[in-house]
Design a protein around this ligand. Structure first.
Ligand SMILES: O=C(O)C[C@H]1C=CC(=O)O1
Length: 89
């Protein structure tokens, strides 16, 4: 599970901002179609999200996250999750 806080500068060129948002959407939806992002949620009221990744290892996670077009402006917090022994689903 990765929390991403996006820190685009407020004075970023509006055209660049628009291109980054569009590129981010295309890249993110590609990972979702491939099943590498299993779920994504917006943190209400913040330019931040939680992404649940379904990847083989830390290297694949890093490749996915560092490929984000906004990677240079994103702070991440990673929590490694494993199946809970009491889970029924
Ligand atoms: O809008 C965001 O939260 C940034 C970003 C990271 C992945 C994604 O789909 O969007």
């Amino acid at each position: 599970m990765v929390r991403m806080q996006v820190n685009l500068p407020p004075d970023l060129d509006p055209d660049l901002r628009e291109r980054l948002v569009a590129a981010e959407k295309e890249y993110s939806q590609g990972l979702q179609r491939e099943g590498k992002i299993a779920a994504i949620w917006r943190v209400s009221g913040q330019f931040a999200n939680y992404c649940l990744f379904d990847v083989a290892d830390h290297e694949e996670l890093h490749a996915c996250v560092s490929g984000l077009p906004m990677f240079g402006w994103i702070s991440t917090q990673v929590e490694a999750l494993s199946r809970h022994p009491n889970a029924i689903g």
